[in-house]
Design a protein around this ligand. Structure first.
Ligand code: PGA
Length: 219
């Protein structure tokens, strides 16, 4: 089974830093190709166009994802970016990350609205869930991301990852199941053995090309 690794850069990297990352990361991929792995990189809005143009020009099998999208189709929503505006500069979008639910008051209704507009625009959706009780939408990927494991250096216990993903799957989703929260090059191999885990959503450890490459090669 092809493992999926998604790099969530959050509010990090300028366009110039994105350029440097892609140069180094693609050098690593050219030296040691990672066939059979699905790689998705999610930079900030400002770097999406650069990243998409770079992957197209170099014929790379790396998909580019946004980290958020507006819950409105279009209109007078200053500062918001609509799904239709993302379409040519990204192929996926992350929706419902726990940081957005907590810091920007995203409710389940807002998350559902974002999913629906993203799908309508033809984007693939990565839905983040903090537990099995959150509403599951019809999406392409579901990332189980317990907030206590995010950015702490302490990933969730493998048994608890397995049992939560099993419960999410009981909701009849066909989404690919990912785990996120303090995944790094030291624990990726172990976490990749959790039976229901089909990939990772990686934050901090995805910022360095070497570290992201190592995680991918360990999956
Ligand atoms: P982390 O973040 O890998 O830095 O814990 C994961 C995420 O928030 O997606």
């Amino acid at each position: 089974m092809e493992k999926t690794i998604i790099a969530n850069w959050k509010s990090h990297k300028t366009v110039e830093e994105t350029r440097v990352f892609f140069d180094e990361f693609t050098n690593l991929l050219f030296k040691t190709p990672q066939n059979g792995k699905e790689i998705i990189i999610a930079p900030s809005f400002t770097c999406l166009e650069y990243a998409t143009n770079f992957t197209r020009a170099n014929d790379l099998k790396i998909q580019i994802s946004a980290q958020n999208v507006s819950e409105h189709e279009e209109g007078a929503f200053t500062g918001e970016i609509a799904a239709s505006q993302l379409k040519n500069i990204a192929s996926c979008v992350i929706i419902g990350h726990s940081e957005r639910r907590r810091l920007y008051n995203e409710t389940e209704e807002i998350v559902a609205q974002k999913v629906s507009l993203a799908k309508k625009a033809g984007l693939k959706v990565v839905l983040c869930l903090q537990n099995e009780n959150e509403k599951v939408e019809n999406v392409d990927y579901i990332a189980f991301e317990p907030p206590g494991a995010i950015g702490t250096g302490n990933p969730e216990d493998p048994k608890s990852i397995e049992s939560t993903i099993q419960k999410i799957k009981e909701k009849n989703t066909t989404a690919k199941m990912l785990y996120g929260g303090s995944v790094d090059a030291d624990n990726a191999q172990e976490l990749a053995k959790v039976p229901s885990v089909e990939g990772f959503l990686v934050g901090g450890a995805s910022l360095s090309p070497e570290s992201l490459f190592q995680i991918i090669s360990l999956c």
